[in-house]
Design a protein around this ligand. Structure first.
Ligand code: ZN
Length: 248
């Protein structure tokens, strides 16, 4: 089985369509979504409906999904993010609002080897930035590979081969393949489809091959200017359009 791994689409339909064109349905069996389908971007309904149309195996909620459907009041958000969440709530159809409200919290198991979460396995809203957070996440994960999102930063953490229990983190190289070795544990962020923050504006996603025990991490160009135009025309904060061009 091959799984298309999508995280943090953030209502960016242009990025999502480009990812789906680069990874056509014939190249994977099931889709898996790591949360934050909406928030920041201008096309929340189109993104939810496109993702649902893929008949995904798993979709878990992110903090922006919770804020956009009223599960969370968004008080922890900065003013731009909170304003975008309120805009999203008003823009969503009743059916899509209901869909977001029903999304389960992570973690959730993909198969015997891999689980997914939005932030961390021990707390769906926790940001994993460093080795300390990663070590705690590895210890609380129920699978040897845990895929996460939330930071919008592609990252690979693995426990060290010397058996010290220490964890090593790195930013993956362009279009790299992570080979999961037996006896090791991994924590991987495929990056964000719709709002990358590692200084590279290209959409990020992954393809997990269960038979090969590999995860391919990809970056692709998408029409950023189109996504920016939608944000401006929707009346969302202009900084949400500007950041897409620089990947921050
Ligand atoms: Zn996000």
């Amino acid at each position: 089985m091959r799984y298309l791994i999508l995280s943090d689409v953030h209502a960016n339909i242009d990025a999502l369509e480009s990812v789906l064109a680069a990874a056509p349905a014939a190249s994977w069996d099931r889709a898996v979504v790591l949360g934050d389908l909406v928030g920041y971007g201008a096309e929340p309904n189109a993104v939810i409906e496109r993702l649902r149309g893929l008949d995904p195996l798993l979709v878990i909620r992110g903090n922006h999904d919770k804020a956009a459907c009223g599960i969370d009041d968004g008080r922890s958000f900065n003013v731009v993010a909170r304003t975008a969440a309120l805009w999203t709530m008003a823009a969503l159809t009743p059916a899509n609002l209901a869909y977001l409200r029903e999304l389960p919290a992570g973690p959730a198991a993909v198969d015997d080897f891999v689980e997914i979460c939005h932030g961390a396995p021990f707390d769906e809203d926790h940001y994993i930035f460093d080795e300390g957070d990663a070590a705690r996440a590895l210890d609380t994960s129920t699978r040897r590979v845990c895929l996460f999102g939330h930071t919008h930063l592609p990252a690979v953490f693995e426990d060290r081969v010397d058996g010290t229990g220490e964890v090593r983190g790195m930013a993956p190289a362009d279009d790299s393949v992570v080979s999961f070795q037996e006896g090791r544990r991994y924590l991987v962020n495929p990056g964000s489809v719709g709002q990358p923050r590692d200084g590279d504006p290209r959409a990020a996603f992954g393809v997990y091959d269960a038979g090969q025990q590999t995860l391919r991490l990809r970056r692709i160009f998408y029409p950023v200017a189109e996504a920016q135009r939608r944000i401006r025309e929707a009346g969302l904060h202009p900084s949400l359009a500007a950041r897409l061009a620089i990947g921050r």
